[in-house]
Write a protein that binds this ligand. Structure first.
Ligand SMILES: [Zn+2]
Length: 271
């Protein structure tokens, strides 16, 4: 179901899902403002970037610390990965706290994290791609997933659900938050991408719209459809109604800004 995410009234620097908030889930989706980065990374930036001038790592670490503090946690609690648009999901533990931020990252690309342990703050980054948070309300298991079009075609969010089930989750107890990402209004795609999705299943056809001879993809809906197939009903999926490419004041957008931009992040931890 579509929801308007709530702006945190104290910091104004992040959004929360109304559905997740109603269960007291510790989570956030960051906005552009609220951090310490400067220039094109101004200011709540979570990656050094691939622009000509990278952001300083110290700023990136400080921004993570600011985000963690909003959730009553610290940078030491964060588990962060090198994202490669893969469908790799890793289950992490307290011993993985600090990985990718204060300790060396995992060696290979990882785009989804799952944990059932307290005090482990999972994070994924996006700037148009879809950040998805999952929570098992009964067994207290959470996940964070980065799902761009490649991750969506590979159904990375279903792999995260599977790993939660390996830890004891039942799909009936899982809720999902599909965060702010590029909307169908702005996400023009090519024929080859349409074919990649149709190869995965004809049901993805409903995620595409034709306007003036061009194709537009609803990437959030595609991820919701994958979650439906995992047994997670629409009433347990909170989909942000905002488009990152439509609102430069609030979001970083790869489609609009190219590589000269910052990156937002989503965070989640066990209650
Ligand atoms: Zn848009």
């Amino acid at each position: 179901m579509k929801e308007t995410y709530i702006v945190d009234t104290e910091s104004h620097s992040f959004l929360i899902s109304p559905l997740f908030a109603s269960y007291g889930i510790k989570h956030m989706f960051t906005l552009r403002d609220g951090g310490v980065s400067q220039g094109m990374y101004s200011s709540f930036n979570f990656a050094t970037g691939s622009g000509e001038i990278p952001d300083e790592w110290e700023n990136v670490v400080n921004n993570h610390a600011i985000a963690a503090a909003h959730l009553g946690m610290t940078a030491e609690d964060i588990c962060r990965t090198y994202q490669t648009h893969s469908s790799n999901v890793v289950t992490v533990w307290q011993s993985d706290r600090g990985v990718g931020l204060l300790k060396p990252p995992f060696e290979s690309g990882v785009d989804g994290l799952v944990t059932k342990e307290k005090n482990v703050l999972l994070t994924v980054r996006a700037a148009d791609c879809v950040p998805i948070l999952l929570y098992d309300l009964k067994n207290e298991i959470c996940a964070a997933v980065h799902s761009g079009w490649r991750g969506t075609v590979a159904a990375i969010v279903a792999k995260a659900v599977k790993q939660m089930m390996d830890l004891g989750s039942n799909h009936e107890d899982i809720i999902a938050a599909i965060g702010p990402s590029i909307g169908q209004c702005c996400y023009e795609v090519g024929e080859e991408l349409f074919r990649a999705f149709m190869d995965e299943g004809a049901h993805f056809g409903s995620c595409f719209e034709e306007r003036n001879g061009k194709l537009y993809l609803d990437l959030k809906m595609a991820n919701a459809l994958i979650l439906h197939r995992c047994g997670i009903g629409d009433e347990r999926i909170s989909t942000s109604d905002e488009c990152t490419a439509c609102n430069m004041e609030r979001f970083f957008s790869h489609r609009v800004m190219g590589v000269d931009r910052g990156t937002m992040a989503a965070f989640i931890a066990v209650r």
